[in-house]
Design a protein around this ligand. Structure first.
Ligand code: N1C
Length: 301
């Protein structure tokens, strides 16, 4: 019987096999690769989840949030509006496009998704009187400025633009409108929606103007250049203007001044009647909340 000597396993292992340190190294490498794959996969998932679950940029976040709060809380009768779709239509109007060449047609899909008609006799236009007019409609909730409708509410106070080289939405370094950059995303937006707002108005419509400026009515403004010419005389019978003056400033122009006379003549040429009130009292009361001891306000008490 042959003697078999039991020798300790060779450090090099069986002939033709892999040595132990090499095996350990392989296992460590495999483990590292697995961990890296898991980490990369997880990071990829996070990026995908973030992209597919909601907006990541400043403007989209605000627009989507405003759309949801308007249609779900402020005006629940509009709860059927699809804010994700509305945001996509808003973005596709200008994203990846030349920021100076946005067209009215670019915003058409957005307009189609956001109809929010105002009842007759309840449309309130304004020019250079933004703060007071919104203080007024904040209390007199039966009246609507453009910012009290869905689209105006979504865009109010924001600036946005795209860039042909990326799909990003910018809000800080957008070009200012001038002769060489005429059709910016924000300018075209207000033009299009102001026109729609005027076209859909009916009955008596109202405008709040700022009589503390030299020209409360200006053809260069959105009201004077767009809205007044898009009122439909077959639906709008009267335009009533409220010329408001800052409590502590001198009045520059009133209902009988040249600027308002120009407005009257445009309106009457369009076969719409014109009425005008200086310091319309309900709005004056609101101004006087902040200036209660001023003589003109004390006189109201
Ligand atoms: O140019 P304006 O006033 O006459 O525009 C106001 C007029 C209102 O009746 C609105 O229906 O036009 C509509 N409108 C807005 O609702 C609006 N919200 C915010 C027009 N512009 C609006 N903005 C921004 O203010 C926009 O950037 C635009 O250029 C200014 C216009 O304000 P304005 O000169 O006081």
């Amino acid at each position: 019987m042959a003697d078999y000597e039991l020798s300790p396993a060779s450090e090099d292992g069986p002939r033709g096999g892999t040595s132990r340190p090499v095996r350990v190294g392989l296992i460590v490498c495999l483990l590292v690769i697995c961990i890296m794959a898991i980490v990369i996969g997880y990071l990829g998932y996070l990026v995908w989840a973030q992209r597919s679950s909601g907006p990541t940029d400043y403007v989209s976040g605000i627009v989507l949030g405003r759309c949801l709060s308007f249609t779900r809380i402020a005006r629940p009768e509009l709860r059927d509006k699809d804010c994700k779709k509305i945001l996509d239509a808003f973005k596709s109007a200008f994203v990846s496009k030349d920021p100076c060449s946005i067209t009215r047609e670019d915003y058409q899909p957005l307009i189609n998704l956001t109809a929010d008609p105002v009842p007759c006799d309840k449309s309130l236009f304004w020019s250079r009187s933004k703060e007071l007019v919104h203080e007024y409609t904040g209390i007199q909730k039966e009246m609507f400025t453009l910012e009290d409708t869905l689209l105006g509410y979504m865009g109010d106070g924001l600036t946005w633009c795209g860039d042909p080289r990326t799909s990003e939405i910018k809000h800080e370094s957008c070009p200012h409108r001038n002769e060489t950059c005429n059709s910016t995303a924000t300018y075209v937006f207000w033009n299009v929606i102001s026109q729609k707002f005027a076209e859909s108005a009916c009955g008596t419509v109202y405008v709040m103007l700022n009589g503390s400026r030299d020209t409360p009515f200006s053809k260069a403004s959105t009201f004077g250049g767009v809205e007044i010419f898009n009122l439909r005389p077959e639906k709008v019978h009267t335009l009533q203007a409220w010329v408001m003056h800052n409590v502590e400033a001198v009045s520059r122009d009133t209902c009988s001044g040249s600027s308002i006379r120009e407005l009257k003549s445009i309106v009457e040429q369009r076969k719409i009647s014109f009425e005008c009130y200086n310091d319309y009292r309900p709005a004056r009361f609101i101004q006087c909340v902040k200036h209660s001891s001023h003589p003109t306000c004390r006189a109201l008490l």
